[in-house]
Design a protein around this ligand. Structure first.
Ligand SMILES: *Cc1c(COP(=O)(O)O)cnc(C)c1O
Length: 391
């Protein structure tokens, strides 16, 4: 008999009733060190007092008003995020997937308005993940996500990850956009080198294609900059944001330049909940906190500390770990055993990590994790590795 919850997840037998900072607690009071953070969502930790205050203050005033009216909290968030980034304009969504849908529509509208409605080809990369809508699975085109779901939305062409020669050969006057995660998340914490991002930007400019970045997982301070592309000194035309921006409240965004977004006039897109006052009140507080240079400097300091300790962990357990990779507090440990087994062994040591492709486990702690908790995490990972069955 099918469970009352549609069984699309293989859930761990863990239920958390309470959280504080980098810790989660089960009903019997057992504490788990959370390096999953809701998959890079709880960027400021659990029960962050500033976010609790922003949410409850807004909850006491107004929860929801339609986008038929002005929403001051939404306007404030748009001003904040546009002020802190390349963007001239923002549309708020409830998720990364919805951001992908709008981003794809925006690319198509741009070329339609430019007199080339057939210019719909979006180049993507293998191992990418852009969400679970029919459009987003067509974009990522991974076998396990598209199988059984029928004809896919046309217009996507997937290239080998990091193959700049393949990109050079594929990009041309038919290319509408290139869509890429500056650091692949689900794909196994794979950063695109700065030089490649620069070359990618230049290739897009050469043929007039739009650069569409998916920073749903790698954005919002995760890599030590507000957005990962800043490390390469480039800017996109359109960018998807979600996960960390709501700090745990469902919120996403599409950010764009005026030129890329010009076709999205009244009536071309909409959302009932997108830009809801509760989400935007929290989002504005998150952006305020994370965009502070002093906050980002701390992320970079802690990332260096964590990474150094993880290098030691890898050296101590060559049978379990092969390498550390990633950027900032978006870290991956390449594993020898199946990553799901390592994650599961971690539960035994009361530490939460996330499996990814390419035999990697992801460490995506709250950006506010303390030095003490970083040391504790490495100690628990050390015990996890020691507990793994010998090959
Ligand atoms: C999680 C994720 C998405 C999808 O976001 P949802 O909020 O789950 O719809 C898209 N792109 C990337 C890079 C992601 O990590």
């Amino acid at each position: 008999m099918i469970p009352t919850l549609l069984p699309t997840y293989n859930r761990a037998p863990l239920a958390f009733v309470k959280g504080q900072g980098s810790w989660l607690e089960t009903a019997d009071g057992t504490r788990y060190l959370d390096l999953a953070a809701g998959i890079a969502v709880n960027a400021l930790g659990h029960a962050n007092p500033d976010l609790v205050a922003a949410l409850t203050e807004q909850a006491g005033r107004v929860w929801h008003v339609s986008n038929l009216y002005q929403i001051p909290e939404q306007q404030r968030l748009a001003d904040l995020i546009c002020g802190a980034t390349f963007a001239d304009t923002a549309f708020f969504t409830n998720s990364g997937t919805e951001a992908a849908e709008l981003a794809i529509k925006m690319v198509r509208k741009y070329w339609s308005d430019a007199g080339s409605p057939d210019r719909i080809e979006i180049l993507t990369f293998e191992g990418s993940f852009h969400g679970r809508s029919t459009g987003a699975i067509a974009a990522a085109a991974s076998e396990k996500m598209v199988k059984g779901f029928g004809a896919l939305m046309p217009g996507f062409r997937s290239l080998p990850w990091g193959d700049m020669d393949a990109l050079k050969a594929a990009i041309g006057p038919q290319t509408a956009a290139v869509m890429v995660e500056p650091v692949q998340g689900e794909g196994g914490i794979r950063p695109m080198p700065d030089a490649d991002l620069k070359a990618l930007r230049a290739m897009c400019d050469e043929v007039g294609a739009l650069l569409l970045l998916d920073e749903v997982q790698c954005g919002m301070g995760r890599t030590g900059r507000l957005f990962a592309h800043e490390w390469a000194g480039i800017t996109p035309d359109i960018m998807m944001v979600a996960k960390g921006i709501g700090g745990g409240f469902p919120l996403g965004a599409v950010l764009a330049t005026e030129r890329a977004a010009a076709g999205m006039v009244a009536g071309t897109h909409g959302s009932t909940y997108g830009g809801n006052p509760l989400a935007c009140a929290v989002g504005a507080k998150v952006v305020e906190i994370i965009s502070d240079p002093a906050f980002l400097a701390e992320v970079n300091r802690k990332a260096a500390l964590f990474r150094q300790k993880l290098e030691g962990l890898v050296a101590a357990h060559p049978n379990v770990f092969e390498a550390v990779r990633g950027q900032g507090l978006m870290l991956g440990l390449k594993c020898k055993p199946a990553p799901a087994d390592v994650v599961k062994a971690g539960y035994g040591e009361h530490i939460l990590t996330v499996p990814a492709a390419d035999n990697v486990i992801r460490l995506l702690p709250a950006l506010t994790i303390t030095d003490e908790d970083i040391a504790e995490a490495v100690a628990r990972l050390d015990r996890t590795a020691a507990a793994m069955p010998k090959p």
